[in-house]
Design a protein around this ligand. Structure first.
Ligand SMILES: *Cc1c(COP(=O)(O)O)cnc(C)c1O
Length: 385
């Protein structure tokens, strides 16, 4: 017998009360659901740290990314999209498929985006309608300085659009204080809920852009979503994933009980324990700057070890699901997960399975050194736990 353990950066493990809340289903036009939806929408404001309405959609996170493009821009609008990994590229791809004039600001995968580049672009392109950034680039583990970008973009007419799908609820993200005009996220990463819900929070500046924008949208129409959500009691325009909203209600309840400050401290501690293990095993990180990289830890597979083989061995032999590389990093890197419902023992188990698999694939290191390093960090960090 072996237990399956999910350590991927999405979907992430679902706490028991969150999973169990989906057993019973209520009707979405019942007063009971209205009350539930109202509580969830309020809770999302807490998680996004915003006073604005957070829109809720039934889709994976990409739906909200598409909605952001379709609702805020018009064909031919020039936008700068920062691409330092698979998800930055997705933002650029969506923008291109909707007919925007996209400046792809490509930087090396694993590096962080430079806010000075945004400043220069805004100076050189007075007609720039948007700057788009991925907060936590899940494909490389790098986490960008959203606050610094927000300072730069807020001084212009451009909208600041941020994909916070894996970062929101794991590392600090202040939608309002950081001048984020459109923040999008999803249910299946730090929010500890199964996949299927997407969110978008818009500033006043963004809502004004929505009024002017001419691209069509229907299922992801932000204005319709807002109007319907503002009914008393709140509703959704179409049948929502009712049981997922119930699940999210439980997850947000757990997040409020732990508190954002403590949640961020926990993610940081678990990331630092993972980083210590990786260093002890003599492996190299993909993310150059690890001072904010607390969402997922991406690691170069050792010389001669295909990371796909490592991922498969861990899954098939030990039931441990970690992620491999995406796009051009396929086969080259593996990604250790600690976003969402994770504690110290999850890290110890994950590192332990990693050591066992690396040993079997012929990599030489001192067995137990990764686990010991992780434990060392966890013991030192006990007071913040
Ligand atoms: C997971 C993720 C997405 C969205 O993926 P979906 O499969 O559509 O939920 C987008 N951006 C980032 C940074 C992600 O981590």
């Amino acid at each position: 017998m072996k237990k399956d353990r999910i350590f991927t950066p999405g979907p992430t493990p679902v706490p028991l009360p969150v999973g169990l809340s989906q057993v019973r289903m209520v009707h979405h036009r019942s007063p009971e659901f209205g009350e539930l939806l109202g509580r969830v929408l309020d809770g999302l404001k807490y998680v996004f740290q915003t006073d604005n309405e957070v829109l809720l959609f039934t889709s994976s996170g990409t739906g909200a990314m598409e909605g952001a493009v379709a609702n805020c821009f018009s064909p031919g609008d020039r936008v700068a999209v920062f691409c330092g990994g698979k998800f930055g590229e997705r933002l650029a791809d969506i923008s291109e498929s909707f007919g925007l004039d996209v400046i792809r600001v490509s930087y090396e995968w694993g590096q962080s985006a430079d806010p000075l580049t945004a400043e220069k672009l805004l100076e050189e392109n007075r007609d720039l309608k948007g700057v788009m950034l991925t907060q936590s680039e899940t494909s490389t583990g790098a986490v960008n300085d959203v606050e610094a970008f927000g300072r730069v973009v807020s001084g212009s007419d451009a909208l600041f659009v941020v994909d916070a799908i894996s970062g929101l609820g794991a590392v600090q993200f202040k939608t309002d204080d950081w001048n984020v005009d459109v923040a999008v996220s999803g249910s299946q990463k730090a929010l500890m809920t199964p996949p299927g819900l997407a969110f978008a929070a818009l500033s006043d500046k963004a809502w004004k852009a929505v009024e002017r924008a001419t691209l069509p949208s229907y299922y992801f129409c932000f204005k319709t979503a807002r109007e319907t959500q503002q009914k008393k009691p709140p509703q959704t325009p179409f049948t929502p994933a009712i049981t997922l909203v119930q699940a999210l209600d439980q997850a947000i309840e757990m997040m409020k009980r732990e508190g954002l400050t403590q949640i961020f401290a926990r993610h940081r501690l678990l990331a630092e324990a993972t980083q210590a293990a990786v260093e002890a095993l003599g492996l190299r990180f993909v993310a150059a700057d690890r001072s904010r990289a607390f969402v997922t830890t991406s690691v170069w597979s050792p010389e001669g070890v295909d990371s796909g083989d490592l991922v498969r061995l861990m899954r098939n032999e030990y039931g441990v699901f970690i992620a491999g590389g995406q796009g051009k990093l396929k086969g080259k890197i593996f990604r250790l997960g600690h976003v969402g419902y994770f504690d110290g023992f999850d890290i110890v188990a994950q590192v332990s399975a990693l050591e066992m698999a690396l040993g079997r694939l012929g990599y030489r290191f001192e067995v137990g050194s990764g686990v010991a390093a992780a434990q060392g960090v966890l013991v030192d960090g006990q007071e913040v736990q």
